[in-house]
Design a protein around this ligand. Sequence first.
Ligand SMILES: [Zn+2]
Length: 410
Amino acid sequence: MNVSPSLVLANATIPAGARGASPSSILISSAGHILDIGDISASAEIPTIDLGGRLVTPAFVDMHQHLDKSFTLADAPNPDGTLLGAIEAFRSYSKGLTRERICERAQATLDRCVSMGTGAIRTHANLDHEMGLKSVEAMCELRAANSHRLELQVVAFATSSAARGEIALARQLLERAVAAGADCIGGTPNLAPDPTAYIDMLLDVAERHGLPVDLHVDETLDPQARCFDHLVEQTRRRRMGGRVVGSHVCSLSAVPDDDARRSIDAAVQAGVAVCTLPAANLFLQGRDRRQLVPRGLTRVGDMIDAGVLVATASDNIRDAFVPVGSGDVVEMARWTILAAHLLTDAADRAYRMITDIPATIMGMDGRGSLRVGAKADLVISGCANVEDLIAGGAGTRAVLHNGQLVAGAL
Ligand SMILES: [Zn+2]
């Protein structure tokens, strides 16, 4: 690490819990790390910017997006508002997509997210026989082109089309995606003819290449859907704890409390993390109900209480899966409080679900937190404290990545 100091952010406000805040200064190294936080005396040799008491938080981590789909709603509307309707709408539309078009649109979404204060995104890139490697290659290209302003992780997302075909063919596709540069293995096992064999195959590929796993599991309110349990059990057996994520896990909210408790305890023991995706769940789940329409989310509060690492994220933005969204992941934190009925320490829990927790899950030690030694990925806003940020949004903000200004003005 280059330890020579290059910038002081003076007169900053640092969060201390949800409602606390303390005045402080931040010393940033020329390599883009935080060298010191506290009472830093001014030096004529080091440029100093007076923040005038503005709040400094870590840049946000949006650990589940689909950059290859965002802003396609007008071209591929969802006819019935269901998950299967969305899958079919995008599948049909994507036949004519070129890698260039995917890149162009994804870059526009990424620009938005950076301007909102997102410093890291994990994006799922569609992978099947119709799309081929187009999407994975496009996302890898974006990862390189934007490395100075954002950390991008690319998940090789074997789609429902891949899941419904022969398992050996899906495996071949995943191997090709890994060779093309994918960072993580993904898929939708619930839609495979043999979900458990399919999960095993996904984990085999990940183990073989030493990659993490992030699966769309149990994105349904059918209580019989229990792919999460098999994922947890296999993670335990293979000692892959800390590298496996179950995204969605909606059906856990449809099973009896005792069953759910056993699943959650097993996830804690195995070290499986969960990403809840309130926008997609609120929009797509429960379309068959006329009364007491469910929220569709997993048991977020129970999981946090038990010790599961739970993140929240955007998922889709203005496409067949989620017709709304601004790219501001703070909105997702806010919606998670409402949709998941968070109560105790709600603002602080929601804040951590878009900062240090997803950074930990994504293996990005040194991002998502405000501490000495961490990367200076920072959001500077006019908020009073964390509760103000989560409840009302950051408003006008300046964004730093590795200590460099990438959006807004200081
Ligand atoms: Zn998703």
